[in-house]
Design a protein. Structure first.
Length: 181
């Protein structure tokens, strides 16, 4: 089995032509938040992926295998709840769609639910209790199959063993003392 233990977030620094030619692996969110998993690439090869603990793999990332070949990660379509604001006005009062979505995101965030934020909709994993809560807040909830890319930090539902491991591969410019040179 081929092993891959290096991840290039969003294919940074790689030639686009190389990435386009690479085989790909399609992974759903459940697998992409694990640091060790097996997958089958589009060219039929079996790949064992071993990444640092707490690594979250995103669609568009590239894995490098031990023989130096590239594997493009594709976020697999999976069952999700797509949440949009109601725009109908027959309740007698106008809904502010953006505010309704913001409020929904707040309530979901309080429950540490992994959530994908988009300008006009939210996505969460299927959960009928949450779906009922959101519908009660005048939101439209539709079950669909789409790639799921929750916000970073949303893996709080499964904290890594040993407490606060915030090492998920991309520091936001506040890594002091690491001289890159």
């Amino acid at each position: 089995m081929l092993q891959a233990s290096k991840l290039i977030p969003q294919a940074q620094g790689l030639a686009p032509a190389l990435v386009r030619r690479a085989a790909h692996i399609e992974l759903d969110w459940d697998v992409r938040q694990k640091s060790r998993f097996d997958a089958t690439a589009s060219d039929g090869r079996n790949v064992g992926v071993f990444l640092p603990r707490g690594t979250v793999v995103r669609g568009g990332d590239v894995l490098i295998t031990q023989d130096g070949s590239l594997l493009r990660v594709v976020a697999a379509p999976q069952p999700v709840l797509r949440i949009t604001a109601c725009t109908d006005h027959h309740h007698g009062h106008t809904h502010d769609a953006a505010f309704d979505l913001m409020r929904a995101a707040y309530h979901l965030g309080n429950r540490h639910v992994p959530i994908e934020l988009q300008p006009d909709h939210l996505k969460i994993e299927p959960d009928h209790v949450l779906a009922d809560m959101l519908r009660a807040m005048h939101l439209t909830v539709v079950e669909t199959r789409e790639p799921f890319e929750p916000e970073g930090g949303a893996y709080g539902a499964h904290p890594p063993a040993g407490g606060h491991d915030h090492g998920h591969g991309h520091d936001h410019g506040h890594a002091k003392g690491h001289a890159h040179g």
